[in-house]
Ligand binder design. Structure first.
Ligand SMILES: [Zn+2]
Length: 77
């Protein structure tokens, strides 16, 4: 399995094989080393999807709140 990821230093695209969760990668362009953790990427993905679903609930709630206000306004005028 190969993965394409950007080097955090020079932002060039790197392709490297992934077998384990954690890899120490040396960028061939800028010679910097960095740790690539596949598990962190997975964690971030689940975290982002969780935040998104929370945001949707929030959006739904504020939508209802605004509708309530709107109805109140309509009744008073
Ligand atoms: Zn680099």
């Amino acid at each position: 399995m190969k993965i394409v990821s950007k080097c955090p230093f020079c932002e060039k695209k790197l392709r490297f094989p992934v077998n384990k969760g954690k890899l120490l990668i040396k960028c061939p362009h800028c010679k910097n080393q960095f740790v690539f953790d596949l598990n962190i990427k997975k964690m971030l993905k689940t975290l982002i999807s969780r935040i998104k679903s929370q945001f949707n609930i929030y959006k739904h709630k504020t939508g209802l709140f605004i509708k309530k206000l709107w109805d109140k306004n309509k009744k008073s005028t």
